[in-house]
Design a protein around this ligand. Sequence first.
Ligand code: MN
Length: 263
Amino acid sequence: MIYFLSDAHLGSRVINDPSAHQKKLVMLLEKMSNDATSIFLLGDIFDFWFEYFWSDKSKKEYILLLNTLKKITQSGISVHFFIGNHDLWTFGWLARQTGIQVHRQPQSMLLNNKRVYLAHGDGLIPKTFFHTLPPAIKKKINHFILLRKIFHHPIPQFLFRLIPPTLGNHFGYEWAKRSRLKEIAHPCEYKGEGNEELVLYAKEKEQEGDHHDYYIFGHRHIELDLMLPSKSRVVLLGDCWRQWTYAQIDEQGHCLLNTFENE
Ligand SMILES: [Mn+2]
């Protein structure tokens, strides 16, 4: 079995019991590791993750998860970590600690004989859709793209790595907290086939002839399993902080969404 999960937002300052949250994620990973050949973490596993030039004691907060990941990779299961928009600032430390494989770009992979397109999902804005948008929304998206460029740029990253971790983390977790609070006030909703960017992105790739059987994304915090006219399926994973949903592809290549019940 191959498993996919995303958006745990571990360490979020809005989560009342962060250690219970981490334990539940570890339980899910341990359950998966019983029959997994690979596990895909599709972004925003951490609400804020940044690796500084200095040693950062706060990373101890995640020791249970880091040890679990290490145990899983050492048992021969490959764990793929796709950066999200909250945990893109890993510069090698996380991979060295746990044996996971970090992906910084969307990937096309052949998994159990299915062609699967994988990404966290932020920043994937379909070109044809963008041109149809009203100027105010275009402006908002351009602002987001600019911010994303700064976040991904090596110079600001280098400078931020010089900051003392306590200060950087305070800033980072407060920044991340704002989007969680926004989400609590206005839960993410499905925008419909004609407006959901990741669905349109998948449709665009199909039209370009770049066929995939499955498109699996996180980021949106909603569950979706939608078939396109080309018979491709777009799967949005939900999240692992409130909904506890994940996807799996079995040996026959069937994909389904599932909910983790805390037994
Ligand atoms: Mn995200």
